[in-house]
Design a protein around this ligand. Structure first.
Ligand SMILES: NC(=O)c1ccc[n+]([C@@H]2O[C@H](COP(=O)([O-])OP(=O)(O)OC[C@H]3O[C@@H](n4cnc5c(N)ncnc54)[C@H](OP(=O)(O)O)[C@@H]3O)[C@@H](O)[C@H]2O)c1
Length: 367
């Protein structure tokens, strides 16, 4: 059966897909939602701002409530099937029913088991539900997230703070700070919304970082990431990474897959890999990076530790290809004197228009 969509619905779905890009990538997918009135006029647009915040549907409904807009008989267009579970923010299906919305059009199924089933709940309540509008774009929007959920591993953000000539430390080992204060603040904001941060044992031995999320004055953020150290050597007992809260994990392995599996088993759904170069290279070489954030300082060293030590590539045809990521503030931003570059792996395979529901438990850090 071919599902029919109106021109207004197609336009509104395009608005929802664009709105989704305002959010940050991570444990949760990017989602946008638009509510149109029975004449097809767009009333409100919502998007998801990341794990632990209102979902796009609830954001849109809240905006309508704040503006005193009655949503009875309206249609919601949303880029992902509305969720059906309590999670940290309440089920979207229930919020949609309570708002009096009578039609829902969504792009793709939610593969995340605890959240799935929203469409069935809506239908049971008498809401007309149609799926598939904008499915290709919606899948592409979150293709790394779908991949991470299916693989039962955390979504991986890779962070590199480097000079113009791709150095992350000088010859004498000094690396603090290559980035300007604005970039550091941005990095700490990301730290405040991830589940875990990972460095290699060498970085712990050389830099002795705390790996906490802090504001510009050095005060700790409310939410702190678990600090993970990867490598076979022990972490010195007096290393700053131990902190006082016990949120530290030693991963005695050199295998990125094993590290991810262990972190996933500990409930981590969004990991940021911070370095150093051998760790960054290991994750990149294994094809386990979903998002790349590079802080590029207008600085030259000419020597020192390179950002990457090798990806096993010997010919240009095998080069890793990345594409600019327009989400979360854009692909290229100026932060103080630095540039912040935001990328994601270039798509290499055709997308399945209807991903099967994975059995993943994208819990905790996720929905
Ligand atoms: N600018 C930045 O943003 C930034 C961030 C972090 C670090 N850094 C700099 O990076 C430098 C450290 O980089 P690095 O490359 O020497 O050390 P690293 O990547 O921090 O750690 C390397 C160590 O990790 C372990 N390891 C775990 N998995 C591995 C794998 N797949 N391949 C290789 N080693 C693995 C090994 O130690 P075991 O023997 O214990 O297994 C290895 O010696 C420091 O100078 C630091 O200042 C800069």
């Amino acid at each position: 059966m071919v599902t029919a969509f109106t021109a207004a619905e197609t336009t509104a779905m395009a608005t929802a897909l664009k709105a989704a890009l305002n959010g940050p990538r991570g444990a949760n997918p990017l989602v946008g939602a638009v509510i149109v009135d029975p004449q097809g006029r767009e009333l409100v647009t919502g998007f998801h701002r990341g794990a632990g915040t209102a979902h796009a549907e609830v954001d849109a409904i809240a905006q309508a409530a704040a503006a005193g807009i009655d949503l009875s008989g309206c249609t919601m267009l949303v880029t992902l099937e509305p969720c059906n579970h309590l999670g940290r923010t309440g089920p979207c299906a229930r919020a949609i029913i309570d708002a009096g919305i009578t039609d829902v059009v969504y792009a793709v199924d939610d593969p995340h088991d605890p959240a799935a089933g929203g469409a069935a709940t809506l239908r049971q309540a008498g809401v007309r539900v149609r799926a598939g509008l904008g499915a290709g774009e919606a899948l592409d929007l979150n293709r790394q997230w779908f991949e991470a959920v299916a693989a039962k591993r955390p979504f991986v953000t890779l962070h590199i703070a480097q000079t113009l000539d791709s150095r992350i430390a000088a010859e004498d080992g000094t690396s603090q700070w290559i980035s300007c204060p604005e970039s550091l603040a941005d990095n700490h904001a990301v730290r405040g919304r991830i589940d875990a941060i990972l460095v290699g044992t060498q970085t712990v031995l050389v830099d002795n970082p705390r790996l906490t999320a802090r504001d510009a004055a050095g005060n700790p953020a409310t939410k702190q990431p678990v600090r993970a150290v990867m490598g076979l050597r022990d972490i010195p007992a007096d290393a700053a990474v131990h902190g006082s809260d016990g949120l530290v994990l030693h991963l005695p392995t050199r295998d990125p897959r094993e590290a991810l599996s262990s972190l996933y088993g500990s409930g981590m759904r969004h990991l940021m890999v911070e370095g150093g170069s051998r760790i960054l290279s290991a994750f990149l070489a294994a094809g386990l990076v979903d998002e790349l954030i590079v802080y590029l300082a207008p600085t030259l060293l000419g020597s020192g530790t390179p950002a990457l030590t090798g990806l096993g590539i010997t010919t240009l045809a095998d080069a890793q290809q990345w594409e600019w990521d327009a989400s979360d503030g854009g692909a290229v931003r100026t932060l103080g004197r630095d540039l912040r570059l935001h990328l994601r792996p270039q798509r290499t395979v055709a997308l399945d228009p209807q991903p099967s529901r994975a059995t993943a438990e994208q819990a905790q850090g996720g929905y």
